[in-house]
Ligand binder design. Structure first.
Ligand SMILES: Cc1ncc(COP(=O)(O)O)c(C=O)c1O
Length: 380
């Protein structure tokens, strides 16, 4: 009997994803409970040092979630007089809505720019035609774990003196080629500041909400830290009308456990992506591109198929779970009515064809090969 015929491939099970670390997580949680210190303690401090080291940045401020990390960066630039109400920030049209929400929530305007079919990231050749005196920043999003960084983006940012805020929610540990720099550089260290999400499904996921800001800018880091703590630069001294966006010690401790295993998790994801790319041969399925000059971390493995719904139904019938990232791009959301008619053809094509295949632990390269054979037998 061929057992692989009967194997189930759920799209994602957080229980299974966290199972390898269960004992370490329980111990770390017990240690926090026993410490009697639940906010802004040793775990947060150590996590910040470890994330800054991983991202090769001088600072890390651990915060409540990835959206807050993005919001805090923009708010801090406003407090510093760098960004102002109604400034425009270039945002890729194909992203999770949170990227745009961080901009509009701060009273700035997202300027949606189309993406490339190969990287599914911001098409930097299109940025310049959107530049107006109001455009003050770019938010490259390293979608699905593929760095959004190239010579053109760097050149335009420099030429027009644009602040670059990386949305690194999905790409912790990824490496991008950087012109004029030997080798690759880790995402999060490429722009002026970056936001990271530790949402539970992420490659480095907490057991609840958490996020971080990383930057080499001393003033920005101090401003973000103050705003996230009620706007205080010291106890009971509010220099900003701040918010409470702190991470808690339990999540910091959970993340420190999982951080020890991030490299192997990212490596496993790369092996699974490579297996899918090598074995999916269906003529009507487009595989994502694996780039030689960067290190992708495959937060999602996204194929495209014009018969997307039929393919999903077929896979579901063979116990292969799938998902869609993202069926409705931000500019088509009801909250962004004024953008609904924008012409963003590549984003719309991707939104109508994208299917995410299982890639989280415990999926192995062998599982990917088995799933690929199932896909190859799909009859449209
Ligand atoms: C691209 C992107 N930006 C921002 C966020 C927001 O992160 P969080 O869910 O931690 O608020 C996410 C994640 O969910 C994301 O995928």
């Amino acid at each position: 009997m061929n057992t692989s015929m009967n194997k189930k491939y759920p799209f994602l099970s957080l229980k299974l994803a966290n199972e390898p670390f269960e004992e370490e997580l329980k111990q770390a949680a017990c240690d926090v409970i026993a410490s009697g210190w639940y906010l802004q303690g040793e775990q947060t401090c150590l996590l910040e040092q470890e994330i800054a080291a991983l991202c090769h940045t001088r600072h890390c401020v651990a915060v409540s979630n990835g959206l807050d990390a993005l919001r805090l960066i923009i708010r801090a630039y406003k407090e510093m007089g760098v960004l102002h109400d109604n400034d425009k920030i270039i945002v890729p049209a194909d992203t999770f809505t949170a990227s745009a929400l961080a901009v509009s929530d701060n009273g700035l305007i997202p300027c949606f720019v189309d993406v490339r079919t190969d990287t599914m990231n911001l098409d930097s050749d299109l940025i310049e035609r959107h530049i107006t005196p109001d455009v003050k920043g770019i938010m490259p999003v390293h979608l699905y774990g593929t760095p959004s960084w190239d010579m053109k983006l760097m050149t335009v940012a420099r030429q027009y003196k644009l602040i670059v805020i990386e949305d690194n929610a999905q790409a912790i540990g990824a490496m991008a080629a950087v012109a004029g720099f030997a080798g690759t550089r880790v995402t999060g260290s490429l722009g002026n500041a970056a936001a990271i999400s530790f949402y539970p499904t992420k490659n480095l996921g907490a057991l609840g909400d958490a996020g971080a800001v990383v930057t080499n800018d001393n003033e920005l880091a101090a401003t973000v830290r103050a705003i996230a703590h009620y706007g205080c630069d010291r106890r009971y001294h509010n220099i900003y009308r701040g918010v409470n966006c702190r991470i808690d010690e339990l999540q910091a401790a959970m993340l420190r456990v999982k951080l020890r295993h991030l490299n192997e998790e990212n490596k496993r994801r790369r092996e699974v992506a490579l297996a899918y790319n090598s074995y999916i041969t269906h003529p009507h399925v487009t595989r994502p591109t694996i780039f030689d000059d960067m290190t992708q971390v495959w937060h999602q493995y996204v194929i495209r198929c014009s018969k997307r719904d039929k393919l999903r139904e077929y896979l579901d019938g063979r116990d292969v779970g799938t998902d869609i990232h993202y069926a409705t791009p931000p500019h088509c959301q009801p909250c962004y009515k004024e953008y609904n008619d924008l012409a963003l053809p590549v984003t719309m094509t991707i939104a109508s064809q994208a299917v995410s295949l299982p890639i989280a632990h415990p999926i192995t390269a062998d599982d990917a090969i088995a799933i690929s054979s199932i896909i190859n037998e799909f009859e449209e």
